[in-house]
Each structure stands twice: as structure tokens, then as C-alpha cells.
Design a protein around this ligand. Structure first.
Ligand SMILES: Cc1cc2nc3c(=O)[nH]c(=O)nc-3n(C[C@H](O)[C@H](O)[C@H](O)COP(=O)(O)OP(=O)(O)OC[C@H]3O[C@@H](n4cnc5c(N)ncnc54)[C@H](O)[C@@H]3O)c2cc1C
Length: 546
């Protein structure tokens, strides 16, 4: 068996692992970055992450949710960058198990540095911080109050951490990458306190051992958890699982559409589309709540943004939307445009609809012909790609897409299956569960958004037909944002890792992953994963210097 030695071993070359490895190597450390995948995707490697999903309607298949390749899932992600809010770090009595071992201020200092890794300019997430954006709110006459519409999401290139950092990964002195190598066990001393090495395998069956002083697992939310659960030669319940919390509290986000906003303000004034800040970064308004309102209403954190009508349904009458549907659903080249998970969500289920969409295109030919080259250029030919497109609604009515916190729930969990992958590692069983509290939060948020719009005579919310709760349950699904299964805690009996992401009870094993997040907030996970990786890098630099 061959052996690779280094000061620090980072497992997984997704955004978390790439940032951590480069930060440490730039600081003069001797780092080895171990990655299961290679530069290009490979079906056999990808299949190593397949899992048994108990509720496939509520959780996407793992080959859509993750990517085993250098750059990890950033090879397929959308690129939306949003930080958590201060409220997410508060211990909120109305959100069970919401206690973080650190406060917002201890991580917010990393947002500017994280933004640089994503190429998202300044970490300004409100129009009030961007003089360049003149209209501060979504529509005129809608002030910020309990409801805010000045908050923004920012978009990265979308930054593919494999592609954008390949050269630096290869050129940075002190950094070595071992790809095509999958870690199958974390080895420890007989007490299970000190990691003594990593057992890794290649698909050809050969084994490699890694020796380092410090180890970081950055394998993505679920794979990091799986590796800890499966490293049970010394500690039968899995490393860091003295609390029984390892694998529990699996969270993502509850999202979907149950309503349309009908604005009463001038249609030409609605900020429905992307804007660009002074640095050219795409930004977009969202509806959110003030911290006071969330606490007073005891509401899980939630945001909403204006959406296009479903592109599949030709009743929208738009040539542009019909063209997008036909392009994305094309059996010949539909898969080339966007990642498969996003594509499937956009085109919906059922047989391909052709003639009504062609009629829309012919009836709306001028707009469609302008759209094709304009969007094609901004999406496919520029470095900073347009994240998507939005069609103005002449009637000033827009579907509202909500994206909300999933409340921590110990019953939503992953465990090890009896079946194994090609390298002998037990597969995961995923039992991902939403709760009534998640659904209730979505219902109440809509009522509050509606009241705010009406109070300021800016419009109202019109619900789509059918029982609202049933519709929310029917759409509740995730798997893309993997949080919670190695949760942070101050005390070992409450979680898996401490506030410095060190596995409780162990001296030299850390986790860099969304799996350490205690709550899921309203934000997609990756921006915060990178912010926490930077914090961990600083911590490890100090530890190794000491
Ligand atoms: C379609 C889609 C759209 C998304 N859009 C967004 C978005 O707009 N905004 C956002 O914030 N997030 C988005 N996400 C989520 C985002 O991609 C993830 O949050 C992010 O990639 C997580 O980074 P990571 O480094 O923790 O894990 P990953 O990116 O999953 O990387 C983990 C790496 O570890 C490797 N690995 C796993 N196990 C092992 C092992 N045992 N040994 C060695 N290597 C291993 C894997 O091969 C992989 O390269 C999206 C995800 C998908 C699928």
C-alpha cells in the first residue's frame, strides 16, 4: 500500500475543500487534497454516492444533488450567493434545537473574503448598501417595515471551483492533489481520540494511506456524515457520535409556489428581473422579513422572489417562455444548457408539449427573435453569465417563489444501509422529513406579505386553486442544500462538532461542510460553507503555528 504524508489532509475538492486547501497552502502549509472524482465526470465514480432514499418525492436522487469531480457540486450549481441573517444564529425558543455555539458577528467578518472566492464583488446584500441601484424596493411606494424588499441575492459567475481554481491548485507550492482517490475510513488510535490516518481506495481496488497532523472532511453535507458513520472500527456508533446526533437533523429548504402577487403599482416600475451592481454582479430583489417581525410572529426564516409562469404551461402565451421550454425539453440538446436537476424542475413532468408552444412563438415572434441572441450571448458567451431570464408581466402579476428555513428535526436523518458501494463503503439511507411547522411558516408568511402589500396599496397575494397546505406538502423537496447532520454544539452531548468545526472528543479531525450548520435559514448553503471554511482555515493556521 502506498502512503502519502502531509501536514494537513483535506478530503473533498468542492468549494469547501478547494478554499480550505488553497488558503492553507498559500499560508505555507504542506497540504494534500484528496478527491474521489477527476477533472471530468465519470459514471462509476458518481455511483459511489448513490443512496437509498425513503421518500424519493421529497429528496432528489444523489446523482442530481451532488457531483463527484474536482470542484464538487459547483460543477452543476446555480451560483446564487446569500448569507445567513443575524436571526439565524439566535437561540429562538419557537424553533427547536436552534442554538448555535457562536454568534452571527463571529462569521459575518468572513463575508467579504468569501465574496472574493465567488467573484461576487462586495458582500452587499441590501439595495441600501448599493448607491448604484436607485430604486431601493421591489415596487414604488412599498416601504421596508416588517416586510423588506430591499434585500438582495447576489450571483456568482457561476463559479466552478474546479475550473476557476484549477491552475492555482496545480501551481501553489505545498499543495498536492490526489484525485480518483476515495476515502473509505478515518483511522484512529484505540481510544478513538486521535486520527492516525485515512484509508483511501481507487476504483481499480488499490489502496493508499494518508498520514497527516490535521484532517478535514469536506466531502459535502451527506458524504461527510457518511464517512464519519462508516468509520466504526474503533467507535462502533461512528466518529463524533457520542451524542447520537450524527446523521440527525437533516435539513434543506422548503420551497415552491402557491400564489401570485398582483401589483397595483405601474407595471413598468416592478423590479422583477436581475439588475447589475457597479461591478457587474447580477443581483435581485427578494421579499423577506425584519428580525423583529420573525421573532414577534415566531416565524421560521423565509424569503420570496418573483418568478416566471411555469414554462411548461403554454397558457402563459409568451414566445420567450415557450422557446425556453422547447429548448430545455429537447431530447437532443436540452441537457446541454443547464444542470439536470434545474432542467427537470423547469420543464416539469409529463410528455413534451410542442404545438401550443410553437404557436406562442409564432404569435410572439419579434420578442422571441430578440431574446434568443441577447440571452444566448449573456448566458453562454460571457465570463459572468446571466443566471436566468425573466419575462415582464403586462398584467403586473408574478408567481411568488418562496424559499424557507426547514426547522431542525432529529427524526429527519441519514443512517447506514446494509448495501455497499463499489469500494465497500456502506450506502446511506436518507429519511428526509419536512414538518407541519415548516408548512405552517410558509402559510403565515404569505398572509403577512399579503397584509403588507394591501396596507401600502401596492397589491395583494392571490392563491392558486387547491388546498394551500396540500400544495406546499406536494412541492416540498430538497437534497441540493444539505445541512445539519454533523451539527455544531458547545457541549459534546448536543452535537458532533464544536464552534471551530473540530469533531467533539477528537484532537485533529475537522469538518468543513454545511452539515455542521445548526439551522438552515432562508439562504442557499454554499456562501456560508465557504465563509465557515475560511474561518476554519484561519483556526488551523493558528493551531499548526502553535
Ligand atoms: C443543481 C444544483 C444547484 C445548486 N444551486 C445552488 C445555488 O444556487 N446556491 C447555493 O448556495 N448552492 C447551490 N447548490 C448547492 C451547492 O452545490 C453545494 O452547497 C456546494 O457544492 C457544497 O460544497 P461542498 O464543498 O461542501 O460539497 P461538494 O461540492 O459536494 O463537494 C464535495 C466533494 O467531495 C468529494 N468526495 C465525497 N466523498 C468523498 C470521499 N469519501 N473521498 C474523497 N472525496 C470525496 C466529492 O467528489 C466532491 O468533489 C446547488 C446544488 C445543485 C445540485
Amino acid at each position: 500500500m502506498s502512503v502519502i504524508s502531509a501536514s494537513i489532509c483535506v478530503v473533498g475538492a468542492g468549494p469547501a475543500g478547494v478554499v480550505l486547501a488553497l488558503e492553507l497552502a498559500r499560508a505555507g502549509q504542506d497540504v494534500v487534497l484528496v478527491e474521489s472524482g477527476e477533472q471530468t465526470p465519470n459514471e462509476r465514480t458518481q455511483a459511489l454516492g448513490d443512496a437509498d432514499i425513503l421518500n424519493p418525492r421529497g429528496h432528489v436522487a444523489m446523482n442530481l444533488a451532488t457531483r463527484r469531480q474536482i470542484g464538487g457540486t459547483s460543477n452543476t450549481w446555480g451560483g446564487r450567493c446569500v448569507p445567513y441573517d443575524p436571526v439565524d444564529f439566535d437561540r429562538r425558543p419557537y424553533i427547536p434545537f436552534s442554538e448555535w455555539p457562536l454568534g452571527y458577528d463571529e462569521i459575518a467578518g468572513y463575508f467579504d473574503r468569501a465574496s472574493r472566492w465567488f467573484f461576487t464583488g462586495k458582500s452587499a446584500f441590501s439595495t441600501t448598501q448599493i448607491p448604484h441601484i436607485k430604486r431601493k424596493t421591489l415596487v414604488p411606494g412599498l416601504p421596508d417595515g416588517d416586510v423588506l424588499s430591499s434585500t438582495l441575492e447576489r450571483w456568482s459567475l457561476p463559479t466552478n471551483f474546479g475550473r476557476h481554481y484549477t491552475k492555482e491548485l496545480g501551481d501553489t507550492p505545498g499543495l498536492r492533489i490526489a484525485c480518483g482517490l476515495t476515502c473509505v475510513e478515518v483511522l484512529t488510535d484505540p481510544e478513538g481520540r486521535v486520527v492516525t490516518g485515512l484509508r483511501c481506495r481507487r476504483l481499480d481496488g488499490s489502496e493508499v494511506r494518508l498520514d497527516a497532523k490535521q484532517y478535514v472532511l469536506a466531502c459535502g453535507g451527506l458524504e461527510t456524515t457518511r464517512l464519519l458513520l462508516a468509520s466504526r472500527s474503533v467507535v462502533p456508533q461512528g466518529l463524533g457520535n457520542q451524542s447520537g446526533m450524527l446523521g440527525r437533523f437533516y435539513m434543506g429548504h422548503i420551497s415552491g409556489k402557491i400564489a401570485t402577487i398582483a401589483f397595483e403599482t405601474p407595471a413598468c416600475d416592478t423590479k422583477y428581473a436581475y439588475e447589475r451592481d457597479a461591478e457587474g454582479v447580477y443581483v435581485r430583489h427578494r421579499l423577506s422579513f425584519s428580525q423583529e417581525a420573525l421573532n414577534r410572529e415566531q416565524l421560521p426564516n423565509i424569503v420570496g422572489w418573483l418568478a416566471n409562469p411555469e414554462i411548461r404551461n403554454p397558457e402563459h402565451g409568451s414566445g420567450v417562455l415557450s422557446f425556453a421550454y422547447l429548448a430545455l425539453s429537447s431530447p437532443l440538446f436540452g441537457k446541454r444548457f443547464i444542470s439536470e436537476g434545474i432542467r427537470q424542475a423547469a420543464i416539469g413532468d409529463g410528455p413534451r408539449i410542442v404545438w401550443p408552444h410553437l404557436r406562442n412563438i409564432l404569435g410572439d415572434l419579434a420578442a422571441t427573435l430578440v431574446f434568443i441572441p441577447t440571452f444566448g450571448y449573456s448566458r453562454f458567451l460571457t465570463r459572468r453569465k446571466a443566471p436566468g431570464f425573466f419575462v415582464r408581466s403586462r398584467s403586473n402579476r408574478y408567481p411568488l417563489h418562496y424559499h424557507a428555513e426547514q426547522v431542525p428535526n432529529p427524526q429527519s436523518r441519514v443512517t447506514l444501509s446494509d448495501s455497499r458501494d463499489a469500494l465497500g463503503l456502506p450506502r446511506l439511507v436518507i429519511d428526509f422529513k419536512f414538518s407541519d411547522q415548516d408548512v405552517d411558516g410558509v402559510v403565515r408568511a404569505h398572509a403577512l406579505w399579503d397584509a403588507h402589500l394591501r396596507r401600502h396599496r401596492c397589491g395583494q397575494i392571490d392563491y392558486s386553486p387547491g388546498d394551500v397546505r396540500e400544495r406546499i406538502w406536494a412541492q416540498a423537496a430538497d437534497g441540493y442544500h444539505q445541512a445539519g447532520t454533523t451539527r455544531m454544539s458547545r457541549r459534546p452531548e448536543d452535537g458532533v462538532v464544536d464552534e471551530n468545526l473540530r469533531v467533539h472528543g477528537m484532537t485533529n479531525l475537522h469538518v468543513a461542510s454545511g452539515s455542521a450548520f445548526v439551522t438552515s435559514g432562508q439562504a442557499n448553503t454554499t456562501f456560508m460553507i465557504v465563509a465557515f471554511s475560511l474561518r476554519l482555515a484561519d483556526h488551523l493556521k493558528k493551531t499548526l503555528a502553535g
